[in-house]
Design a protein around this ligand. Structure first.
Ligand SMILES: CC(C)(COP(=O)(O)OP(=O)(O)OC[C@H]1O[C@@H](n2cnc3c(N)ncnc32)[C@H](O)[C@@H]1OP(=O)(O)O)[C@@H](O)C(=O)NCCC(=O)NCCS
Length: 154
């Protein structure tokens, strides 16, 4: 595999980030009913990415000029972690998370939280997050099983 590089979001990344999110909700996210998945995918437009980046940091993982993964930091909360289907399980998500942790630490954040869907819980646990409480979150009228996790940064 070519070398993977990580960097902060640049304005020209908005379309590729939108595409990663849309592909996730169209083709994966099988924990959601298909109508809900379609509705969320349709809402994850380039304009949506351009809008959310105004109040959070987005990190992208790239191979050559292709974005294969992304993640965001909003205050002390990890959001929007996605790795493209063909690249999962190879450490890309962990590298994005470590990048965001470092950014958070330099901003003076000392503990991170994430509201994770249950099937991604192990990813966060493997990366040092501790589960706090299981909960249910509402997304476009659908109830999802979720877990709130926390990690102290040192
Ligand atoms: C969760 C996610 C970002 C992890 O990225 P990744 O690059 O696959 O993660 P890494 O390779 O760094 O770590 C893999 C670990 O994550 C966990 N994991 C969770 N879902 C996984 C999946 N579909 N494929 C591989 N590993 C997965 C496993 O514990 C795995 O550990 P192991 O390799 O020791 O078995 C990625 O699987 C993804 O995009 N999932 C769909 C979107 C999502 O659920 N995002 C989180 C929202 S809260």
């Amino acid at each position: 595999m070519s070398e993977i590089t990580l960097r902060l979001f640049q304005p020209e990344d908005a379309q590729q980030c939108s595409s990663i999110m849309q592909d996730h909700f169209r083709n994966e996210a099988k924990n959601l009913p298909v109508e809900v998945r379609t509705q969320i995918a349709d809402a994850r437009t380039t304009e949506y990415v351009q809008q959310i980046v105004t109040d959070r940091i987005i990190a992208v993982a790239m191979i050559n000029d292709e974005i294969i993964g992304m993640g965001a930091l909003k205050g002390n909360e990890i959001r929007h972690m996605y790795v493209r289907a063909g690249f999962k399980g190879r450490g890309v998500g962990s590298r994005i998370l470590a990048f965001l942790e470092r950014e958070a630490y330099y901003k003076g954040v000392n503990s991170l939280i994430v509201n994770s869907v249950l099937h991604s819980k192990q990813f966060y646990v493997k990366n040092g997050f501790k589960p706090l409480i299981e909960s249910q979150i509402e997304r476009h009228g659908s109830i999802l099983e979720a877990v709130l996790l926390e990690k102290f940064l040192e």
